[in-house]
Design a protein around this ligand. Structure first.
Ligand SMILES: Cc1cc2nc3c(=O)[nH]c(=O)nc-3n(C[C@H](O)[C@H](O)[C@H](O)COP(=O)(O)OP(=O)(O)OC[C@H]3O[C@@H](n4cnc5c(N)ncnc54)[C@H](O)[C@@H]3O)c2cc1C
Length: 625
């Protein structure tokens, strides 16, 4: 029997991160996937990043994952979203060339040392006692491994729906995966059913582009990856998206199809994504809205297909086409492929630990959509963490768990483990309580040292970040002490419409005024005369970090104090073997939830809904004893 350190099942966004990280950490890895050329395929929108998802991509990149690099290589429109708001919610997004993204992923995976791609379908997971031993495949092979990472996405017992027609399949043109759910349920796992959907694809030359609102990318596009060469970026020609809207006439036609909607007739049993609803869901749930925005997104530079973002649907194909032809600019549209919904099995994520290893079977990890999440970025983040942890366990290294105060990835996994989920989970900035500290612009400062320790980031790159950190720290200190005189600065203050000062004021204090920019303040001061500030002014990245830290100093300090207060609860560990049923003083609900979730720490226990402060006091007393 062929043996590897790690088997990764599925070459989707979770699988490629898991396989790549584990192989680069020195483990022998088999990536078993149904179709080698579907590696890194985007099932739905041809885009990476977006609100909070962009943060995840930057973090994946800072830790040494592949998604940011692939997105940079194949992006055809880059935009920083939410620029009019504070820096905490700025989020990078790019429109990708779907074909080129997948091609780049295939190249990346096939050129990774220690990583073998096996084209097959896994039908069973071999478990002995409470330990994973390997997998069985459709072509009759048994493959052994010390760890198995399951990242099979939307494919488990998947069923695709268009109107009242349902067909087995994990994604358009691709077969479902059978056997795994049943094998895991036999081992004691609990499974559930979710659904997601995708919009129709349109023929590019059947659209009246002249009447549509154009949405170009940023003039000065920023890459996701810290490894991307700014002199070469962007690598591909940049294109625009376009915007149009539904209206009452469109809604009326869609409503005609409700009798044949698999969602409304109860054919679809799985729960859909609340935050990415289908168009039929939108017109029912937001009945007072007269119109919904639609984005026409190119599928690629050479593609003749357009993705109609905002129009995900599983209504009958004829209704989809009739409704679209009422939309401005789409009067003569040709539909290349109708929208559809897909239902699939998932495993409620209270069954995994923060390392993504299952609590029930040692060496078995779950990552991606099968943990109840939705989205490429959420999947990739989990894949990376599962790959790192599986490799770490085999190599006798410590678990790699990120705190909620360190990364969105930490928030994502902690939410999954402590709250579980009954509907597709997607990341939002509002889910991160410390979001001012977890910005997309400082992912390297927060996380790159871990990437280096794990062997996933080059020392040279990590050293650059450490050197810059010194400049940032020293510059903040100088700005907090160095005072500007009224005579040198008042002209500038008045020119910016902000009151003059009487005598002197520190750079740090003046920088907090929203009208003022740090670079200009430093120039007033003659920054080139100060060795620290001279370095700062020549490094736009460091300058931006210092400016944010000075402007938001008060808020950040408060967040850091809160983190310090809460951290002690994270350090109070609870043994995974604790049987909460024996703690009679706990409420019945708390006993049930704690037994189900098995939190690792008091901090985690506090975040479980149904566990009250008095339950926590009881637990604290018990642990003290
Ligand atoms: C129709 C559709 C619409 C979607 N709409 C949205 C949306 O609107 N918004 C959103 O955020 N996300 C959406 N998604 C979800 C998004 O595609 C996923 O979140 C993301 O791709 C999950 O990544 P993953 O790695 O977990 O799985 P996937 O990308 O699904 O990859 C799974 C991989 O595993 C392989 N595989 C599966 N089972 C086996 C097996 N037994 N043996 C070998 N290989 C196997 C498959 O071939 C595939 O390569 C949609 C997905 C689909 C299919």
């Amino acid at each position: 029997m062929k043996t590897y350190d790690i088997i990764v099942i599925g070459g989707g966004h979770a699988g490629i991160e898991a396989a790549s990280a584990a192989a680069r950490m020195g483990c022998s890895v088999a990536l078993i996937t149904m179709d080698k050329y579907a590696i890194g395929r985007m099932s739905c929108n041809p885009a990476i990043g977006g609100t909070a998802k962009g943060h995840l991509v930057r973090e994946i990149d800072a830790l040494g994952g592949v998604m940011g690099r692939l997105a940079d290589k194949t992006g055809i429109q880059f935009r920083m979203l939410n620029r009019s708001k504070g820096p905490a919610v700025w989020s990078p997004r790019c429109q990708s060339d779907r074909e080129l993204y997948s091609k780049a992923a295939v190249e990346e995976i096939l050129s990774t040392e220690n990583l073998e791609v096996v084209e097959d379908s896994v039908t069973d997971i071999i478990i002995e006692g409470k330990e994973v031993k390997g997998v069985k495949t459709k072509s009759g092979n048994d493959i052994a491994a010390k760890a198995v990472i399951l990242s099979s996405g939307t494919f488990l017992n998947a069923l695709m729906h268009v109107g009242l027609n349902a067909k087995s399949g994990g994604r358009y043109g691709e077969k479902p995966a059978t056997g795994i759910t049943e094998s895991l349920m036999k081992a004691g796992f609990e499974s559930g059913r979710l659904k997601t959907g995708t919009p129709p694809r349109l023929a590019k030359d059947s659209i009246n582009w002249d009447v549509l609102e154009e949405q170009p990318g940023d003039d000065n596009p920023q890459p996701f990856s810290y490894q991307t060469d700014l002199n070469e970026f962007p690598y591909l020609p940049q294109v625009s998206c376009h915007i149009t809207y539904t209206d009452a006439a469109v809604h009326k036609i869609l409503e005609k199809g409700f009798d044949e909607s698999p969602m409304f007739t109860g054919r679809i049993k799985g729960v859909g994504p609340r935050y990415c609803p289908s168009i039929e869901d939108k017109i029912v749930r937001f009945a007072d809205k007269e119109r919904h925005q639609l984005f026409l997104e190119p599928e690629g530079l050479d593609s003749d297909q357009i993705y109609l973002n905002g129009f995900s649907t599983s209504l009958p194909a004829e209704i989809q086409l009739e409704a679209m032809r009422k939309v401005k600019g789409l009067e003569n549209v040709e539909m290349v492929r109708p929208g559809y919904a897909v239902e699939y099995d998932f495993f409620p994520p209270h069954q995994i630990d923060n390392t993504l290893e299952t609590k029930l079977v040692s060496g078995l990890y779950f990552a991606g959509q099968i943990n109840g999440t939705s989205g490429y970025e959420e999947a990739a983040a989990q894949g990376l963490m599962a790959g790192i942890n599986a490799a770490s366990k085999i190599q006798g290294r410590r678990d790699f768990v990120l705190k909620r105060s360190e990364a969105y990835i930490g928030v994502l996994i902690d939410d999954l483990v402590t709250k579980s989920t009954e509907e597709p989970y997607r990341m939002f900035t509002s889910r991160a309580e410390h979001r001012l500290l977890l910005r997309q612009d400082n992912a390297d400062r927060r996380l790159m040292h871990y990437g280096e320790e794990l062997g996933l980031i080059d020392k040279e790159l990590s050293d650059q970040v450490k050197e810059r950190e010194e400049i940032i720290k020293q510059s903040i200190s100088v700005c907090q002490t160095k005072k500007l005189h009224a005579r040198e600065v008042n002209g500038y203050l008045v020119s910016r419409g902000t009151p003059p000062i009487d005598s002197t004021e520190t750079i740090s204090k003046l920088c907090k005024r929203p009208e003022l920019e740090l670079k200009e303040l430093l120039n007033v001061n003659g920054a080139e005369n100060d060795p620290v500030l001279r370095q700062l002014i020549n490094d736009s990245v460091a300058l931006n970090q210092v400016e944010i830290e000075l402007k938001y100093e008060g808020y950040m300090k408060r967040q850091q104090e809160t983190i310090a207060r809460l951290e002690r609860y994270e350090d109070l560990k609870i043994p995974l073997t604790l049987n909460y049923s024996t703690l009679n003083a706990l409420s019945i609900e708390a006993r049930e939830k704690l037994n189900k979730i098995k939190p690792r720490s008091i901090g985690q226990a506090m975040r479980i809904s149904g566990v009250s402060p008095s339950d926590i006091s009881i637990l604290l007393v018990y642990l003290k004893k």
